[in-house]
Each structure stands twice: as C-alpha cells, then as structure tokens.
Design a protein around this ligand. Structure first.
Ligand code: MG
Length: 460
C-alpha cells in the first residue's frame, strides 16, 4: 500500500509556518483544484488565527487552476459539508485543524456528497502535488471567487426539517463553543427548536482563551463546574470546527459519547423509517449493538475514523452513524459528523422524555471500556499482528482495523498496532470495570510474550 505523506487520518494538519506554510497551502490547493478539474468548489475556514491567511491562499490556488470558488468565509465544517452537497458542488475545502491546539491549522477536502475524500483519492491529490502537475488556467479563464454571505439558512432549515415537528418541551441549554465557529450556529439551532441558549466560550478567538478545543472531560472541567448553577437542562460542548458535540447532563457531568449515541440509536430505531443500519467504528461500545438488537437494527462496523464511517454510510445507503468522540452522522441531512444536528437530536430526546439526561444515561446497560498500550517496535508490528490473529478464541473475530475478538460474558478486546507510534493499543469492554481490567492485563501479558518472542526470532 502506498503511504500518504501529507494527508493524515483526517485531512492535512500541521503547525502554522512550520509544516503548514502559505507556499505549501497554495500548492496543495492548486493540486486539489487540478484533481477537481477546475469545477465549482466551496471554501471556508474555522476561527483559527491563520484562517484568513489560508482562506486567501486557498482561494487563489483553486482559482489559478480554473475553479469557481464559493467563498463561505467563517463557517463550521458540517455547514460547509452540507452546502457542498445541497448546492451540488463538485467538492469543498475546509481550512481547519479541528480539535488540535491553537498553533495548528490544516485542510480537509470533501467530495460532492460533502464527505471527506477516501484515502485513495487523497493520494491522487498528493501525486499531483509532488509532481507539480497542476493545470493552470489561461489568463482569461481565471474566475473571481464568489463571496457567500447567507450561508447557514439552508443548513438550519435542513436540521429543523429532519427533526420533524416542534419538540414537546422548551429547554435551556448551555453551549460551550470552545471559542470556535459553532458560536455562529448552535445557539440558533437551540432557539429554532424553541429553547433558550446561554453561551460559554462564545467569542470566536483562534487563541482559544477559554479552553483547548478538544471537548474532553479535562478541558470541560470549568464548564462542568459552572453548569449546575445555571439551571439548564443540558450542556453541549464542541470542538474548534463544530463537527463534534459532547454533552453534559443537568448536573454538569460529562457524558460518554457512546452513551449519547446509544440514546440517538434507540430514538432512531423506535421512530425512524428507512434503512435500519447503524454505522460506527469497531472501537464503539457494545451498548450500541445492544440497542440495535433490542430495537431491530443492524450495526455495521468500520475502521476507526469519521472518514470511514461517512464513506461506508454512502456505500450502504445507511442513514445513521456515530462515533464515541461525540458526533452523529445523519444522511438525510449530510452523511458527515455534525455537532449541530447532534445537538438537535439530543435536545429532542430530552424534550420528549420525562427524565433528565442523567437518568436517561443511567438507565442504559452498564458497560466499561478500559484502554491500555504496550511498547512494540514498528518493525515487529506485522509479525505481532499475525501472532495475535492466531490466538485461540471461540468467539467472533473481526480483522478490520487491528483485531477485535468477542469474548464470553458480553466482553470484547480490540488490539490495534498504532499507525504513528511504536506501540500496540488495547481496548477492552466488559459489564464491570474489574472484568475489563482483568482481560486487559491478561492480554497485555500475552502480547508482551509475543513481542518478546518476535524480537528473539528477528535477532536469530
Ligand atoms: Mg472537528
């Protein structure tokens, strides 16, 4: 398999003016425009400091190879993805580093469905980039980028349309926008649903003065602390570009993404029509599978990463997808992870229920995931993976992204050699934390033995 050099798991990322220079972004956008054969493309950026710099650079690069650029300016990634699809563009470019720290920026390239290109297509852009084979336009074929000012209207309409009628109760919601572009959209979504939004970290500021943009429990500790005093029904926290949504219950506790996704899966299977396939990465909690089993759905597993979820949804015509890091994919809107529609879905579920979010989550089946890792030299990873595949196991095994083995008593283990570090990652899920830890330790010992034997074999 040919390795990609610029694109990572989710677009191109780098520190501004170190790995990510204007020259590099110019060439990358010329390569991207050449790949799209000079057609109509959307371009937008999130609120990072270098956003305007790269917005100008990318618009220039695309226009120079004959593309008609629709410049959306400051926008969330899912709104750009929605517009790319609904306005029948050939593709789109989002300038963002998503949840990375402030010094980073990057670029995601979408196809005509609004979904990030599959990795093999990114590789084609890289080939054009490294061979510098761009198709520059004749001087009189260079098109002026069109500035789009009204950009969220259709996106809001689509979310409201997909929510059906107005929710039963009006709720109060605390929106933590991470000083990112969700400040432009999520409060409006809450208000359109009949609710009242209060904002924290609501000023768009690429230095991220309120908190780091990744919505994890540590970064959300301040939001967690202030939430109970605001007497809201729930809180929602986004990453920098608004495709992720992590929820806090009415007491300020941060909910696990798989728990809120399980609530969405149940609601979808109970009330939705059409495809009953639920697409989710192989690392997701078995609670999703339990919900699907109980309500007549089917879980389809993918490799880990939102790009895989989106592309499998497109291929299978599936309507619903989700990831444990916070975000639902809903095809009738856009088959991409969208923190905006995820907020609307959780709003509706709480509004229709007599229980608060803490109770809805507490009533889900009990299950625990523990994660661990052990050092493993890169050179041994293939041999170690082969030995893991040969481990005796009587349950189901899936070799999709690492090796996932289903074990007795509602447990599983996922063993994945890291693509970027000299380690092997282990995830275990079981009905109790004690059992999950026991399985993790047992397999850690087995893996250590396999790695030791592999080293000895290589030395001999
Ligand atoms: Mg993101």
């Amino acid at each position: 398999m040919v390795e990609r050099k610029l694109f990572g798991t989710n677009g191109v990322r780098g520190i501004v003016n170190k790995q990510l220079t204007p020259e590099m972004m110019l060439k990358l956008s010329m390569a991207t425009g050449t790949y799209f054969r000079g057609t109509d493309l959307t371009v937008g950026c999130d609120g990072r400091v270098s956003g305007p710099l790269f917005l100008g650079t990318v618009c220039a690069g695309l226009a120079s190879v004959g593309c008609q650029v629709w410049n959306l300016g400051l926008i969330t990634t899912p709104a750009l993805q929605f517009l790319t699809k609904s306005c029948k563009m050939k593709g789109g470019v989002m300038i963002t580093a998503s949840h990375n720290p402030p010094e980073y920026n990057g670029m995601k390239v979408m196809g005509n469905h609004g979904v990030e290109l599959p990795h093999e297509e990114e590789l084609r852009i890289e080939r054009i980039y490294f061979k510098e084979k761009w198709s520059r336009a004749e001087w009189n074929r260079v098109k002026e980028p069109l500035l789009v000012s009204e950009k969220f209207g259709g996106y809001f309409d689509s979310i409201m349309h997909n929510m059906g009628g107005p929710p039963r109760r009006n709720l109060k919601v605390l929106v933590d926008a991470a000083n990112g572009v969700s400040a432009l959209s999520t409060p409006t979504i809450v208000e359109k649903l009949g609710g009242k939004a209060s904002l924290v970290n609501g000023e768009i500021d690429g230095t991220f003065p309120g908190r780091l943009p990744e919505p994890n429990a540590y970064n959300l500790r301040h939001t967690s602390r202030i939430l109970p005093n605001l007497h809201v029904d729930f809180g929602v926290a986004h990453d920098g570009d608004g495709d992720r949504a992590v929820f806090l219950d009415e007491r300020g506790s941060v909910c696990w993404g798989d728990h809120t996704f399980a609530l969405v899966v149940r609601d979808f299977l109970e009330h939705g029509s059409g495809s009953r396939k639920v697409v989710t990465p192989i690392s997701s909690s078995q609670i999703i599978e339990m919900m699907a089993e109980q309500y007549g759905g089917e879980v389809i597993y993918t490799a880990v990463g939102s790009v895989f979820v989106s592309n499998v949804m497109l291929k299978l015509n599936a309507m619903l997808g989700g990831e444990d890091n916070g975000g639902v994919f809903y095809s009738p809107h856009v088959p991409a992870r969208d923190g905006g529609i995820t907020t609307a879905m959780i709003y509706r579920i709480i509004s229709e229920s007599r229980s608060p979010l803490s109770k809805l989550v507490a009533d889900l089946p009990r299950s625990y995931i523990v994660k661990d890792k052990i050092p493993c030299p890169d050179a041994l990873k293939a041999r170690v993976a082969e030995s893991i595949r040969n481990l005796p196991n009587r349950g189901k095994v899936l070799n999709l992204d690492g090796i996932k083995m289903w074990l007795p008593s509602h447990s599983w283990i996922l063993i994945r050699p890291s693509g970027t570090e000299p380690i092997v990652r282990i995830s275990v899920e079981a009905p109790t934390k004690g059992r999950a830890l026991k399985i993790a330790n047992e397999y850690k010992s087995k893996l250590s033995r396999i790695i030791r034997d592999s080293k000895r074999h290589v030395v001999q």
